[in-house]
Ligand binder design. Structure first.
Ligand SMILES: *Cc1c(COP(=O)(O)O)cnc(C)c1O
Length: 240
């Protein structure tokens, strides 16, 4: 059982999980010959209450991620007094672009030109100079895989399109390793796409890869951002 929100037990549980995760990240970085300071930890708080975000913030977590626009908006609203960077990591529909731009600092899931156009218009309407985004790469070798993302061979074309838009800033790439396959080759593919994109767009250095079960493989392949849910917060229960 997970301790109930706000209880001292929940605070202790999150503190212990965070210590473990930070130690594992440091170990993975050092095994890869990298400094742990090169890897940004994003706490994926989807399905968990704003009180958990608050506890994590008190423990020093600065980056949080959400995959649903409404949940992101509500939780950010409950945490306006905290100094946090919000990441949107879910699939994004064009009609939610404005809400996503208004409530996040980095959008990880840009995978089509029409969405870029919608984000550009949203940023303009909100009088934001720029919205930072990552291009999501489909790392699944099976052609019918439906986890979102542009195919690796089309990434550069989309990156060029993002770079040509006035209010969307290309910050890097993102990927989710396909289920049931070794994660290493998937993250190496992501790293290759990143290198290709950076030849045209040197400032787009971010690589968002890795989740609770595969972050070490992502860090070995150059990930600069890892998105950790279960390892920090516990197993999600969608029917609560
Ligand atoms: C939920 C989610 C995560 C976190 O997954 P965990 O296995 O709980 O660490 C990371 N990335 C994306 C895109 C997600 O939707």
């Amino acid at each position: 059982m997970t301790a109930s929100a706000d209880s001292p037990e929940r605070a202790a549980e999150l503190a212990a999980n965070l210590r473990t995760v930070q130690a594992q990240l440091a170990e993975a970085a050092s095994a890869a010959g990298r400094s742990p300071t090169e890897v940004t930890l994003i706490a994926v708080t989807k399905t968990w209450p704003a009180s958990d975000v608050r506890l994590l913030s008190e423990l020093g977590v600065e980056h949080v991620g959400e995959n649903k626009v409404q949940e992101l908006t509500d939780k950010r609203g409950e945490c306006v007094d905290l100094s946090l960077t919000w990441h949107f990591i879910g699939q994004l529909q064009r009609n939610k672009a404005k809400l996503a731009v208004a409530n996040s600092e980095l959008i990880h899931s840009v995978d089509r030109a029409k969405l870029v156009t919608a984000l550009n218009q949203a940023a303009e309407a909100l009088e934001r100079d720029t919205v930072d985004c990552l291009i999501q790469i489909n790392l699944d070798p099976s052609p019918m895989a439906g986890r979102g993302g542009v195919l690796p061979e089309n990434a550069l074309e989309l990156a060029d399109f993002v770079a040509s838009s006035t209010h969307v800033r290309l910050a890097g790439v993102m990927g989710v390793a396909p289920r049931g396959l070794p994660a290493g080759p998937a993250f190496e593919k992501l790293q290759k796409v990143s290198q290709t994109v950076r030849q045209n767009h040197p400032h787009a250095w971010r690589i968002s890869g890795g989740m609770s079960h595969d972050f070490a493989a992502a860090i070995a392949a150059g990930a600069t951002h890892v998105r950790m849910g279960a390892a920090l917060l516990g197993q999600r229960q969608y029917l609560r």
